[in-house]
Design a protein around this ligand. Structure first.
Ligand SMILES: C[S@@+](CC[C@H](N)C(=O)[O-])C[C@H]1O[C@@H](n2cnc3c(N)ncnc32)[C@H](O)[C@@H]1O
Length: 413
């Protein structure tokens, strides 16, 4: 049965939120101030019609918007969108009791995402490739994408052929596609066992299409060329399936903020270093100790540092920083530190940093909630937050990255 609702605000995921006698209802693709006709299913509703549109409503950029779950909020004007994301950071800091001004959102341009994860599945004798619909396992096949790099979009027909070769049964699987300097790097997940015959067909296909590499569950099937990205001036061969910032634009913005903040440091710790996004740039000015738990990422960083010329010494340490954070005593050696943990944040590590004498700290995060908790630990330990910059590399989604810069004033005698 359809009902009319008045949308009051935007929720954290970009849905419109309305209050009904039965509680809050979340309406995807609806905006605050709008009157909409919906069909309510529990706490969620399907939007049937926008009866009174908001003046902030704009035409979405993608023909797939509304069905494809890749983007949740293309229909809001750019200024309100940027303020909504910035507010997420403001609210998270306020809830944790961290006092800091938050800069305006820095937004990566459309068509700049160099990495996307596509879903695939054989359905009725045909393999579908696209993004999952919102809150669903259904695949929405895409012919275009307003966020992905044009090189990825142009390869969609070939990626669909590749998915057809890879599909062995009805089970869904994923292809993470990264545009690199040497071509597309494709990492398959959940495709099952690949026998010799299939491997040969895949190798032939990928060579024919000029893909740089195909891997499955971290194992390389074919590497025509090493997939290379540049971290500053340093070329790095990324490991199959390893972490990479989603847009080069956001990576530059975040790395520049980190580099500028730590510019005067002699010896810097880069924690949760990945393949060296920050470490290899920081090493142009400072000695660097890079710590990371993923062996393949660390090996890529180490190899790149050894090949590069003109860098200060870089030492790579494999270590689980959740279980074994760098201790207050170990941190005595450093005058600068960057950390960029996964969504869970770096609570145990921040307890140690808070007690340390490290002068300048740059925190990078993909989760404002855990970042705010970690910043609260650091400020209770005497750090001062000097700048907070929200960065939007997952355009038109609810995700936001943040760079927070901190310093610890020297103790007076
Ligand atoms: C958000 S990524 C950042 C990587 C890198 N700084 C970059 O910008 O490319 C987080 C990194 O933390 C690593 N990581 C996850 N859990 C870890 C742990 N317990 N100890 C150390 N590193 C960890 C991941 O492997 C990943 O490389």
């Amino acid at each position: 049965m359809s009902e009319r609702l008045q949308i009051e605000k935007l929720g954290a995921q970009g849905d419109g939120v309305a209050t009904t006698p039965k509680g809050q209802v979340f309406v995807p693709f609806a905006l605050p101030g709008e009157t909409v006709t919906v069909e309510i299913k529990g706490q969620r509703a399907s939007l049937l019609e926008v009866n009174e549109p908001s003046p902030l409503r704009v035409a979405p950029k993608s023909v797939h918007f509304g069905r494809c779950g890749g983007c949740s909020i293309q229909h809001l004007d750019p200024e309100s969108y940027a303020e909504w994301k910035r507010e997420k950071v403001v609210r998270a800091l306020a809830m944790a009791g961290v006092e800091a001004e938050v800069d305006a959102l820095v937004v990566s341009p459309p068509a700049s995402r160099r990495r996307v994860t596509l879903s695939a599945q054989r359905i009725g004798g045909r393999v579908q490739l696209g993004f999952n619909a919102a809150y669903s396992h259904d695949i929405v096949e895409i012919q275009e994408c307003a966020v992905a790099a044009p090189q990825i979009v142009a390869a969609l027909p070939e990626l669909r052929q590749l998915a057809t070769l890879l599909a062995s049964g009805p089970k869904p699987f994923r292809l993470t596609v990264t545009y690199t300097r040497t071509g597309l790097d494709i990492a398959a997940e959940d495709v099952g066992k690949i026998d010799e015959g299939k491997r040969r067909r895949l190798v032939e296909f990928c060579l024919g299409k000029g893909f740089a590499r195909l891997s499955s569950e971290g194992e390389t099937i074919i590497e025509r060329e090493k997939p290379v990205v540049m971290f500053g001036n340093v070329p790095v061969t990324i490991p199959p399936g390893g972490f990479l910032q989603a847009t080069e634009h956001a990576e530059h913005v975040m790395a520049s903020l980190v580099q500028e903040h730590l510019a005067g440091s002699k010896y810097v710790a880069d924690l949760f270093a990945g393949s060296g996004t920050f470490a290899l740039r920081l090493a142009t000015a400072s000695r660097v100790h890079a710590v990371e738990s993923e062996g393949t990422a660390l090996a890529a960083l180490d190899e790149a540092a050894k090949r590069a010329s003109g860098l200060k010494p870089v030492v790579a340490e494999k270590r689980d920083l959740f279980r074994r954070p760098l201790t207050e005593k170990e941190l005595v050696a450093f005058d600068g530190l960057a950390f960029d943990p996964p969504r869970a944040g770096a609570e145990a590590q921040c307890e140690q940093i808070a007690r340390s004498t490290v002068r300048r700290v740059a925190a990078v995060s993909c989760n404002p909630g855990t970042l705010a908790r970690d910043l609260a630990i650091l400020t209770q330990g005497g750090y001062r937050v000097t700048r907070v910059v929200p960065v939007d590399q997952f355009l038109w989604t609810s995700h936001v990255e943040v760079v927070a810069l901190l310093e610890k004033p020297r103790k007076r005698n």
